[in-house]
Design a protein. Structure first.
Length: 277
């Protein structure tokens, strides 16, 4: 009996490691696709305003953290000549190139999850070039933002699918609660508020542990660096970190779930956040 339990634990831990590795690959592929969309967006703004690319990036990031659009800081956003020049000038069709990039992204995700699972996912669709023809800089930037959010949604769907493939049949739970995660808590009048509701199950008869730190040893599934224990209550833990420095920050963690037969299952996670100076 003990041998069977140990074998089940080893199999489950291997699945967790595989899901984590695949999730990292999904994130890398998503970053590549999103960066291309940002580059096209920044080319439009640069051609319109003459602003250097590093300044555009800094302005856009600041606006993002304030839930504002970069368009509010630009002049002549109704210009259509710039759109024609950037997207279709010199016989260089950047919309076709964007389609190729997103086709490559779809192929990469399909390689990771398999063709059958890929059919369950929603992938961004780039409109025909005729949709962009004659449109203003503002309209094209909004369309590119929409495509980017579709790519990010694909990333979230894919990681959720990978997580669901982990066999958690040996983990019992006796309570369920909904968790609402909003895409953005600040929206303007006329914009769409979007949120996802996750069904979370947990076991009130067992204690669990959440640890965060600077990195994760994926062989041992252990947090390394400045390790902190996060207090868990009613199926959730609250992470509190004093912000320091500025720019993008990452935290890594491991959730330890104890089954009723006293086997500990470890689930690694990571999270990115930004600190404004």
């Amino acid at each position: 009996m003990l041998k069977n339990l140990e074998m089940k634990e080893l199999i489950l831990q291997a699945k967790v490691k595989s899901a984590y590795k695949n999730s990292k690959a999904v994130k890398a592929a998503t970053d590549t696709a999103v960066v291309h969309i940002f580059e096209l967006k920044y080319q439009l703004i640069h051609s319109l305003s003459g602003m250097p690319f590093d300044e555009i990036d800094k302005l856009d990031e600041g606006k993002y953290h304030r839930s504002e659009s970069i368009l509010s800081s630009l002049k002549d956003i109704g210009n259509t000549e710039v759109t024609e020049e950037v997207l279709f000038g010199n016989d260089d069709n950047k919309i076709d190139f964007l389609k190729q990039r997103l086709d490559e992204y779809k192929q990469k995700i399909t390689e990771i999850v398999g063709a059958e699972n890929a059919e369950k996912l929603h992938f961004a669709v780039v409109p025909d070039e005729s949709v962009f023809k004659g449109e203003s800089v503002a309209a094209v930037i909004l369309m590119l933002n929409s495509i980017m959010f579709e790519v990010l949604n694909t990333e979230a769907e894919t990681i959720a699918l990978l997580t669901n493939q982990i066999d958690a049949t040996n983990i019992a739970f006796d309570r369920i609660q909904p968790v609402v995660v909003a895409k953005n808590n600040h929206v303007k009048a006329g914009e769409m508020y979007e949120a996802e509701v996750y069904i979370v199950g947990y076991d009130t008869l067992q204690s669990h542990a959440i640890k965060i730190g600077n990195a994760i040893n994926m062989e041992m599934l252990e947090v390394t660096g400045q390790v902190q224990n996060v207090k868990e209550s009613d199926g959730s833990g609250k992470i509190r970190i004093k912000a320091s420095g500025s720019g993008q920050k990452k935290l890594f963690g491991v959730l330890e779930v104890i089954s009723r037969n006293n086997i500990t299952y470890k689930y690694p996670f990571e999270h990115t956040y930004f600190v404004e100076p």
